[in-house]
Ligand binder design. Structure first.
Ligand code: XIL
Length: 366
């Protein structure tokens, strides 16, 4: 047996049976096929090193996805851990993986206030911040020039609780460079990769509540301002981290109205980080899976009604690897069931919900 397959049996949950050597057999095509039929992309965030070491995980991506986004390895602090050192091996592996499996790739993310350069505090100041940021963007986005479907250039730049009139989050780059850091990042990204769709990505915009409405308005103001200044921004990324217990606040019309406004600015829309927390649902698996599937289906049917929505990515593919396992632990300690595939790579009701939403989406023209 080749080394790699032995290793893959050892990763993941050691209490799970180690017997499975092939993926569950399926008679139905993968989600990528349903997406492609309507001119859409479906994909997921890929964890490292699982994509390299767990062959069933890799096979599931190949089967289900026609787009992939690295969950962490392109973030500032991971890809650029020292002022003069980059770590490209993980994202290079993912880019090659995408090429081998005829998948597109998204870049996530060039500028964010989290998982930031560990050397920022010791090396970066108001005098050199622009140079460092431009160098980072030129180097990272430049390396994948021509190979990225899209790039999240700036992530989560709006945060109303920070109290600024323009709604911008107070981040290291805002403090070092002022609000112009956003424009600067998009222009540098355009120089580095003129073909990628440059995206502004954010969260907390899904529900019909006063807070989320205020944030939607702030995002729209930001996007309008960028367009007015001819900044190269091509798309909006809707993270869509949902929670079953909050979903009563969801109104399809509200989401659609927001998407219409974004589309009217000439932007594409991607659902970039969709997942649905099951934290407050009962343990019963069948009941829980149905409830989570219902959220996926309702949300996606509303979202895909907007023709500007061109891609759907879930934030992970299998319950074996999901940030919600740590972030939204269940009180009873039972493992979360929040993604399309279960821990053994079997398709769940959430998978069928996504399939149905993709299948009933109006065909995309471009
Ligand atoms: C999360 C990853 O899933 C975790 O593994 C990591 O520890 C923290 O970041 N919004 C984003 C993503 O834009 O980058 C975040 O990803 C989830 C929230």
């Amino acid at each position: 047996m080749a080394d790699i397959s032995r290793r893959s049996l050892l990763v993941g949950n050691l209490t799970a049976p180690l017997a499975r050597r092939t993926l569950p057999e399926e008679t139905e095509p993968g989600l990528r096929e349903y997406a492609a039929r309507t001119g859409l992309l479906y994909g997921a965030a890929a964890a490292w090193p699982a994509l390299r070491d767990d062959e069933h995980y890799a096979q599931s991506f190949a089967r289900e996805c026609n787009i992939l986004v690295p969950e962490n390895v392109l973030k500032m602090g991971l890809v650029h851990p020292e002022p003069d050192a980059y770590r490209f091996e993980p994202p290079d592996f993912m880019a090659d993986f995408c090429q081998r499996h005829d998948m597109r790739m998204r870049g996530h993310t060039l500028v964010w206030h989290q998982q930031i350069w560990p050397w920022l505090k010791t090396h970066v100041n108001a005098q050199n911040a622009q140079k460092h940021l431009e160098q980072h963007i030129h180097t990272v986005a430049g390396r994948y020039r021509g190979r990225m479907h899209s790039w999240d250039v700036v992530n989560e730049a709006i945060h109303l609780p920070d109290g600024r009139e323009d709604g911008l989050r107070i981040t290291p780059f805002l403090e070092l460079l002022g609000p112009g850091y956003i424009e600067l990042a998009f222009r540098a990204a355009r120089e580095a990769d003129p073909n990628a769709k440059l995206t502004y990505n954010d969260y907390g915009l899904d529900y019909d509540t006063p807070q989320q409405e205020a944030k939607r308005q702030a995002v729209l103001r930001l996007l309008r301002r960028l367009k007015e200044r001819d900044v190269p921004v091509h798309a909006f990324g809707m993270q869509a981290h949902l929670d079953w217990s909050e979903f009563r606040h969801f109104k399809p019309e509200t989401l659609q109205r927001f998407f219409r406004e974004i589309a009217s600015l000439g932007l594409e829309i991607y659902i970039t980080e969709l997942d649905v927390s099951d934290r407050d649902l009962p343990d019963d698996v069948a009941e829980r899976d149905e409830a989570i599937a219902g959220v996926y289906e309702t949300y996606l049917k509303a979202a895909l009604g907007e023709p500007a929505v061109k891609a759907v990515l879930t934030w992970g593919l299998t319950d074996r690897y999901t940030w919600l396992a740590g972030r939204r632990k269940r009180a009873s300690g039972t493992p979360v069931r929040v993604l399309p595939l279960d821990r053994e790579y079997r398709r769940k009701p959430a998978w069928r919900a996504i399939r149905d939403a993709l299948r009933s989406a109006p065909a995309r023209t471009a």
